[in-house]
Design a protein around this ligand. Structure first.
Ligand code: HMG
Length: 393
């Protein structure tokens, strides 16, 4: 059994891409009134991966500071959650395991259920730590969100990775039961194996998300969860930040409260700062919301956070966390700001070129142009194998 101090998130770190496209550039290209992006969907800019960046390079960059701080000894499991997988067989986590020099006595696996995957990974990690509280689990959520050019989804693209160290006596957030669960077989958003970009029914996806919010909350209450008033803030999955506002308004109405915009802003406001400038990072999004909240709020000691994780298709989960005393000493606020600020703006033409790029599939030897200034890069494709390298600067 785990100790009295429970199990949860002991450390959290995120990484994003080399480039950033401001929504003003997209609006200028497609003639959209900028208010639709800045206010209507609540997005300012989107992270754009360089040619030599992918879910592995971002995942390794997010996890490296955690491994440097805590060492590798107690990590016996790595769970890599993604829906922009690079291989049908090999887990992206195995590449990260190698890049970070983790011990061979480690289990590594990849999980998928759209944007929900990282929450499944977190819950599985908690179960493993309960079985052996001496162990820690490295959970990595890493995704590149890509829609067709000139489609309505294009404005909601993005990319980022979040790494979390899950353990007993966590330094940041204790995760508590019960969970409210919801699954429904819907085709709101999906990506067949032969496609590089996602397919989506935009309005249907918003309805499906709101249904999942209702469904998870209903189950959470039935499982004996706390009342809505028992939460100080809510971290929602944020495909675009306005969605968190829609979802929280929906939850308040469902619970019989009159819609109070100031109350919604208090509950959500500090969770949107990173997602607003990064865009949809799929599995990482809800934990990017947590990072923004922890990094910005004055003092959350002993405060309760409600987490609403949603993955199209669809699976949702509502669960609670409590912020641990002393958490602020363990935050990575500066590094997170640096990850966002270091991105180089790309113009619309440059973004389009990167978007249209696809990796050669002929099995030849293809070096990849060096673009990232991050710690890891995809150096080549050789005999159908991805060759990664650490960048020493
Ligand atoms: P759209 O048709 O381009 O936009 O699609 P719209 O016409 O619905 O306008 C969007 C909002 O902007 C509206 O506000 C407009 O009124 C407002 P709302 O009515 O929603 O409150 N607006 C303006 N506001 C201020 N000034 C203006 C202005 N003009 C319009 N001048 C849509 C938008 C989100 C559907 C599209 O971008 C899309 O398809 N995105 C991808 C799908 C998506 O993100 N779905 C979210 C729920 S599903 C989910 O979260 C799962 C997901 O992450 C995948 C996974 O799980 O793996 C996607």
């Amino acid at each position: 059994m785990a100790s009295d101090s429970g199990v949860g998130i002991h450390d959290l770190s995120f990484a994003t891409t080399e480039f950033v496209l401001p929504h003003t550039a997209l609006a200028e290209h497609n003639g959209t009134e900028i208010g639709k992006y800045h206010v209507g969907i609540g997005q300012q800019s989107m992270s754009v991966p360089g040619a030599d960046e992918d879910i592995v390079t971002m995942g390794a960059a997010a996890a490296e500071p955690i491994v440097s701080r805590h060492g590798t000894d107690r990590i016996r499991t790595v769970v890599f959650a993604t829906e922009s997988s690079i291989d049908q067989a090999k887990s992206a986590g195995v590449y990260v395991h190698s890049l970070l020099g983790l011990p061979s006595a480690t289990r590594v696996v990849e999980l998928k259920q759209a944007c929900y995957g990282a929450t499944a990974a977190l819950q599985f990690a908690i179960g493993l730590v309960h079985r052996d509280p001496a162990q820690r689990v490295l959970v990595i959520a890493s995704d590149v969100s890509k829609y067709d050019l000139d489609s309505p989804g294009e404005a909601t693209q993005g990319a980022a990775a979040v790494a979390m160290l899950v353990g007993a006596d966590p330094a940041l957030v204790r995760i508590e039961g019960p969970s409210g669960l919801f699954t429904a077989d819907v085709m709101d958003f999906w990506r067949p194996n032969y496609r590089d970009t996602a397919l989506v029914d935009g309005q249907e996806s918003i309805t499906a998300y709101l249904q999942a919010v209702e469904g998870t909350w209903k189950d959470y209450v039935e499982q004996g969860g706390r009342s809505l008033d028992g939460f100080d803030a809510f971290c929602y999955h944020q495909p675009f930040t306005k969605m968190a506002y829609k979802a929280h308004r929906h939850l308040l109405n469902y619970c019989g409260y009159v819609t109070d915009e100031a109350r919604i802003a208090r509950a959500i406001g500090q969770t949107t700062a990173y997602n607003r400038v990064v865009g949809n990072s799929y599995t990482a999004s809800v934990y990017l919301a947590l990072a923004a909240l922890l990094d910005q709020a004055d003092d959350l000691t002993d405060r309760s956070i409600g987490f609403v994780s949603y993955g199209s298709g669809s699976v949702g989960e509502f669960f609670a966390g409590t912020v641990v005393p002393g958490y602020r000493e363990h935050l990575r606020t500066e590094a997170h700001r640096e990850a966002i600020d270091r991105r180089q703006p790309v113009d619309y033409v440059g973004y389009r070129r990167l978007h249209q790029r696809s990796l050669p599939a002929d099995g030849g030897d293809h070096p990849i142009p060096a673009q990232t200034t991050g710690p890891f890069r995809l150096a080549a494709l050789r005999g159908h194998k991805r060759i990664y390298e650490r960048c020493y600067r």
